[in-house]
Design a protein around this ligand. Structure first.
Ligand code: HEC
Length: 215
């Protein structure tokens, strides 16, 4: 009996109880209520996706078509995609090779001219703003719709200082119906003017901005 009166010693000297504590994962099962809510949410999500997809598939084409019809194609975008490489972003073309659209009587004069050039292409002598060209422009009759041609023609008629009135898709449709789609490109400015009957309204050389109001 040597130390009966001693204060009891900690049988495991060393760190206190608190510092020995190690965090551990509580292995408590997720309550059924939480699980069922999670499943319900997941099911609802899938169902919503499913239903929405059906709705999108059913209505999207009509909605888009309606929007496009309301807004119409973007003439600037059609120009950028189909004309800009040749006629340039500033509408001035390439000296000696590609005629300018800025200030051209074929753009701002009678609307038949740009529309017919786009529908069939043009390949022959043409005089624009006092300079002679004899190049070849491809046709866009099969590439662009009536609405796209109307949009891009309206764009070039109202950009770079051009100030001619816009053209409608219906006007392009009329012009499309006038000549066989396989007639080949216009053989230059003179033939275009003679065959379409707009030679007088196209006028001669010069800067041609006086033709703006002619249609
Ligand atoms: C591959 C090059 C090329 C592309 C692309 C092109 N053009 Fe042309 N364009 C020409 C050439 C070359 C001429 C002159 C043809 C000639 O000498 O007979 C011309 C002539 C014209 C003319 C009559 C002359 C004038 O300068 O006013 C108009 C209008 C016209 N283009 C508009 C357009 C529009 C709008 C587009 C886009 C839809 C377009 N072109 C795309 C090369 C091109």
């Amino acid at each position: 009996m040597s130390s009966g009166h001693d204060t009891p010693e900690d049988p495991q000297p060393g760190p206190t109880r608190e510092s020995r504590f190690e965090p551990y994962e509580v292995n408590r099962p997720i309550p059924v209520a939480v699980l069922s809510v999670a499943f319900a949410l997941a099911a609802w999500g899938v169902a919503t996706l499913w239903v929405d997809q059906g709705a999108v598939e059913e209505t999207a084409p009509e909605d888009e078509a309606a929007e496009v019809a309301a807004a119409g194609p973007d003439g600037a975008a059609v120009f950028e995609a189909n004309c800009q490489t040749c006629h340039q972003a500033n509408g001035l073309g390439v000296q000696g090779a590609i005629p300018p659209l800025a200030g051209s009587r074929y753009v701002t004069g009678p609307a038949e001219a740009p529309v017919q050039i786009l529908l069939h292409g043009i390949d022959g002598p043409i005089s624009v703003r006092g300079a002679d060209y004899d190049g070849r422009m491809p046709r866009f009759g099969e590439v662009l719709t009536d609405a796209q041609i109307a949009a891009v023609v309206s764009y070039v008629r109202s950009t770079w200082g051009n100030a001619a009135p816009p053209v409608e898709a219906a006007f392009v449709a009329e012009q499309r119906a006038r000549f066989d789609a396989t007639r080949g490109p216009w053989a230059g400015g003179a033939e275009l003017g003679a065959v379409t009957g707009i030679a007088a309204r196209l006028g001669g050389g010069g800067t041609d901005t006086s033709m703006e109001s002619a249609r």
